[in-house]
Design a binder for this molecule. Structure first.
Ligand code: PLP
Length: 299
């Protein structure tokens, strides 16, 4: 199935005795168990909810991996990923990262005995820049707000050589335009509040992973921190995602026209558009589009 078809069709509802064509909104907080010894899939809504799980399965399928998790905001997804690390660990982060992520690094990291280093241009990072305390590279690409792009594939090769994780905030490109797992990412996160939702009526975050060990740790954190997405917002996000590919195509087409206009405008000194800064950046951007997205097929 092509990614466009999966996006619009979504995931069929489970245990669907009425044949609903979309997953219903399950508001129940608590579920009856067959007996004191036997437990069924759902017990308590923080641990699992059928509507949220439908969204989680959808994003994992779109991403092409086995595990997805939905959170109450993009920041909840980001901070859950940071909770994977322990005292003494250091994370390298692109300096032009979203302000809310920077606020967490600046004000909360120290209390958790974690440290970070801001990297001006991840594309210039080499193995020698990664000391033994560094446990992950956190890359927001394209970055917010300057839309700088980072070569995930090159950094993933370096990170894996060093045995550290590569976390990609793929909020701005979305899984429609960029497939970080195919480029070597270990964790991909989203502020689904933006393009994935698409209608400015949901605050939500998503984490996706391919590795079952990492997935188990994230599931534990999601249940323990309790920063879950509500059933209604899960439903709204499933609905918003249905139009992702058509919205992104139209937005790109419109933006290319605006870009052409602004390029010729005498009042414009510099344009921030992914791939427009230099031939090198254009090559990175092209790689994301051509090699990954456009040829991407789901079984
Ligand atoms: C790139 C990026 N990551 C994360 C976030 C945080 O997401 P949320 O606002 O859904 O908490 C934002 C929000 O603007 C963002 O732009």
């Amino acid at each position: 199935m092509k990614i466009e078809s999966l996006i619009v069709q979504g995931i069929p509802a489970k245990n669907n005795e009425n044949g609903a064509i979309v997953p219903p909104i399950y508001l129940a907080s608590t579920y009856v168990q067959p007996s004191i010894e036997e437990h069924q899939t759902y017990a308590y809504g923080r641990g699992g909810n059928p509507t949220r799980n439908a969204l989680e399965e959808l994003i994992s399928k779109i991403e092409g991996v086995d595990y997805g998790f939905a959170f109450a905001s993009g920041m909840a997804a980001t901070t859950t990923a940071f909770n994977l690390f322990k005292s003494g660990d250091k994370i390298l982060v692109n300096s032009n990262v979203y302000g809310g992520t920077y606020r967490y690094l600046d004000t909360v990291f120290q209390q958790q005995e974690l440290s970070y280093e801001l990297v001006d241009d991840f594309n210039l990072l080499s193995e020698e820049d990664i000391d033994t305390t560094v446990k992950a590279l956190f890359i927001e690409t394209p970055s917010n707000p300057l839309l700088q792009v980072t070569d995930i594939q090159r950094l993933a090769a370096i990170a894996h050589q060093k045995g550290i994780l590569i976390i990609v905030d793929n909020t701005f490109a979305t899984p429609y335009l960029q497939k970080p797992f195919e480029l070597g990412a270990d964790i991909v996160l989203y502020s689904a509040t933006k393009y994935l939702s698409g209608h400015a009526d949901v605050i939500a975050g998503l984490l996706t992973v391919a590795d079952s060990g990492l997935a188990a740790r994230i599931k534990h954190l999601q249940n323990t921190l309790g920063n879950i997405l509500s059933p209604f917002d899960s439903y709204s996000l499933i609905r918003g995602i249905k139009t992702l590919s058509v919205r992104m195509d139209r937005q790109e087409a419109n933006t290319v026209k605006i870009l052409a206009f602004l390029k010729e405008h005498e009042a414009i000194a510099r344009l921030n558009y992914p791939g427009s800064a230099s031939p090198e950046e254009a090559a990175i951007q092209k790689k994301k589009h051509v090699e990954t997205v456009r040829s991407f097929q789901l079984n």
